[in-house]
Design a protein around this ligand. Structure first.
Ligand code: NDP
Length: 253
């Protein structure tokens, strides 16, 4: 079931990491709301064009693909500033792109830790900073950071990932406090175990162990997360900021 938020129609909303998984579903659901969906891609132009066509056919008022890697701040700044120059302010941002490089503490490599923190946390902070000047001149701005339940509860073999996701929560609360007087909101979502490539990659034993600990006894669907993202981007959540919302089937009650 897709929830409808009429004020998202025509809103310029940027989602990172929309090529697949949760981000793709968010882009599709935002398209059905009539938003102008902006997403980044890392080089596969034909896949980006296909996604654009799909989003338009789903009802997006427009769809724009921007070429940038979230860890390349210069490329990211150029792409989003060029977009704003010709299309006006981006008023919705979903910091979703993320990676996990799971390893037990003794086997962790410094470059994997750095890549995880850069992709999941530093990029979100930098992209939000880049957009902040135009946020200040816009109305109804909402930023949604995709954290994770492991950012709250921790997880063995996910030290860097959990640290990056916990960091996103601190960033969310600080940004919310700093920009609230300008009516700019910022919230974090902590998904539990949702069916995407990231969770397909998990060992079957790990998956079974998780399923046994989820009170709702199933993995989440990307559409369920997308609905929550739409709610937080829309005026329906206008009095919610600095919040961290779990969407995990009760995994971390
Ligand atoms: P996927 O692995 O399915 O997709 C990751 C997305 O991030 C892809 O679009 C990928 O692009 C993009 N990405 C990764 N690195 C970069 C980069 N350097 N620059 C630009 N884009 C990049 O992940 P999910 O959809 O499962 O996860 C999405 C978010 O949700 C992540 O932040 C994840 O941590 C979080 N999350 C997911 C959960 C789950 O159960 N699935 C649970 C909790 C949180 P490309 O195709 O180019 O690689």
């Amino acid at each position: 079931m897709i929830a409808k938020f009429s004020d998202l129609a025509g809103k310029n909303i940027l989602i990172t990491g929309a090529s697949r998984g949760l981000g793709r579903k968010m882009a599709e659901v935002l398209a059905t709301q009539g938003a102008h969906v902006i997403f980044n891609y890392r080089g596969d132009e034909s896949a980006a064009n296909l996604l654009k066509e799909e989003l338009i056919s789903l009802g997006a008022s427009n769809a724009t693909a921007l070429l940038f890697d979230v860890t390349n701040t210069v490329q990211m700044k150029e792409a989003v500033e060029k977009f704003i120059e010709s299309n006006g302010a981006i008023t919705g941002l979903v910091n979703n792109a993320g990676i996990s490089k799971d390893q037990i503490v003794l086997r962790m490599k410094e470059e994997d830790v750095a890549q995880t923190i850069n992709t999941n946390l530093t990029s979100a902070i930098m992209l939000t900073q880049i957009l902040s000047r135009s946020f200040l001149k816009a109305e109804n701005v909402s930023v949604v950071n995709i954290s994770s339940i492991v950012g709250l509860m921790g997880n063995a073999s996910q030290i860097a990932y959990a640290a990056s996701k916990a960091g996103l929560i601190g960033f969310t609360k600080s940004y919310a406090k700093e920009l609230a007087s300008r009516n700019i909101r910022c919230n974090a979502i902590c998904p539990g175990f949702i069916t995407t490539d990231m969770t397909h990659a998990l060992d079957e034993k790990v998956k079974d162990a998780y399923l046994n600990t989820i009170p709702l006894k199933r993995m989440g669907d990307p559409e369920e997360v997308a609905n929550l993202v739409c709610f937080l981007l829309s005026k329906a959540s206008s009095y919610i900021t600095g919040e961290t919302i779990k969407i995990d089937g009760g995994l971390y009650i």
